[in-house]
Design a protein around this ligand. Structure first.
Ligand SMILES: Nc1ncnc2c1ncn2[C@@H]1O[C@H](COP(=O)(O)OP(=O)(O)O)[C@@H](O)[C@H]1O
Ligand SMILES: [Mg+2]
Length: 266
């Protein structure tokens, strides 16, 4: 074990083209190619790239939800493939995952409070139910979700941005050591975007590690000191986020910067 929380070596993921179950010559998508990086405990990494660059595939691979076609992902020095089912469940329990659009991940029958407390009840059992509800309320309050919505059905009665904040609360309720966030502020309006990021950064200051996926370089810098830039599944640039913003060396990174609105009020 090398002390890294997360160690990704030469990771490649190849999908059959959508709608096709088998590979035929040329019918594949190379979603990730030879991706390598490490994440230490307490560290945050931003993953930046345009749509289709492989960001979501990378997050899902980090949780072992997509098996690598080549290379390896190790969490706490172990690959998911080498774990028993129980070990895999335990390893994932230490990780929170905020999906890009959590619509399908929020159970249809549960209220907002119910959706946030569900992971707590599964892990801690119903004996700690009251404590779970109290913690859920604290989180929803911190994430500025109006109390009038807490009893609404999480999946159907909320806007995309509100749903995402419920998903953030649900991912944080078990105090994860590692949080994986897929464009967590993409659906937020300007006023809530900074607040969500502040909630995440507060957890990082308290020791949580985070991988934050975004196509927004400014957000990447506000969340992390270090970033990798993905283009067609490859890391084309990596390093200090401030340097990437001020002196991007790759034309693709420059194009990502140019695509940002001039005065982003975050
Ligand atoms: N399950 C899948 N089957 C086939 N192709 C996929 C699948 N998931 C993702 N892809 C393809 O892999 C590439 C990377 O996708 P994705 O990781 O979702 O990118 P991003 O999150 O950066 O937008 C895209 O070309 C996408 O169409
Ligand atoms: Mg994505």
């Amino acid at each position: 074990m090398n002390g890294a929380l997360l160690s990704v070596k030469d990771l490649s993921v190849v999908f059959p083209e959508r709608g096709k179950r088998f590979f035929r010559h040329g019918d594949c998508v190379r979603a990730l190619e030879s991706v390598s990086f490490e994440l230490a405990r307490g560290e945050t990494l931003s993953v930046v790239g345009e749509s289709g660059s492989g960001k979501t595939t990378l997050l899902r691979s980090l949780l072992g939800l997509i098996p690598p076609t080549g290379g390896s992902v190790e969490l706490y020095g172990r690959s998911f493939q080498s774990m028993t089912d129980l070990e895999r469940v335990r390893a994932r329990r230490g990780c929170g995952y905020v999906l890009q659009d959590p619509y399908g991940a929020l159970p249809p029958t549960l209220t907002v409070t119910g959706a946030v407390t569900e992971p707590w009840n599964i892990v801690r059992g119903h004996s700690g139910r009251e404590a779970g509800i109290a913690k859920a309320r604290e989180l929803l309050d911190e994430l500025k979700l109006p109390e009038s919505l807490w009893g609404e059905r999480a999946r159907y009665s909320l806007s995309g941005g509100q749903r995402q904040r419920v998903a953030v609360a649900r991912a944080l309720i078990l105090d994860p050591e590692l949080l994986l966030c897929d464009e967590p502020t993409a659906m937020q309006d300007v006023s809530t975007r900074a607040e969500v990021l502040e909630v995440l950064n507060r957890r990082v200051r308290a020791g949580m590690s985070m991988v934050l996926v975004t196509h927004d370089l400014l957000l990447a810098r506000r969340a992390a000191k270090r970033a990798i830039v993905l283009h067609k599944g490859r890391i084309i640039e990596s390093g200090d986020t401030a340097t990437l913003l001020e002196r991007p060396s790759h034309s693709y990174t420059k194009a990502l910067l140019a695509a940002l609105p001039r005065l982003q009020p975050l």
